[in-house]
Write a protein that binds this ligand. Sequence first.
Ligand SMILES: [Ca+2]
Length: 167
Amino acid sequence: MGRMILLMLALAFVGCERDPLPVTCVSGLVVTELSRVKGDEWVEIAVVADRPQDLLGLNIEAKNLDGSALRIATVREASGLLPPGSRVVVEHLEQLSGRTTFLPESGILELVACGEVLDRLTWHKMPDSGSLALSGPAPLDPVGNDDERLWCATDTPTKGQENPPCQ
Ligand SMILES: [Ca+2]
């Protein structure tokens, strides 16, 4: 019995060494706004979990509508615990992914943590300036924000703040 516990402990240590991601996986996030302004691409994320979340280890993945050209931006620094209901902006997605551009004009964005897709969003036309924003009163959940009619292009982004209703 004692030997088995030792072995399990050893495996646990190996696991820690190889896996830089946190043991607790971030969850309960939805995308509320995104911008593909060249050199300053960002995504606004709302915390809809019932407990605070740290974005460390979150993968933000973008690809074309046909699934090609996958780009992955990984959050490698602790964000600190973000309270339920708060909004956070992850900036410079292009730099985080090691590319010059990140978000395609039409495509798919996924928030992925520990292999689980927390939210998936599809769009067919994102402007080169301003942002694409979820209409203010829209339901903040991973399914409720899927309807493209709830999203609108805006010249006045509200980075880190609640979105106004689409006009
Ligand atoms: Ca906003």
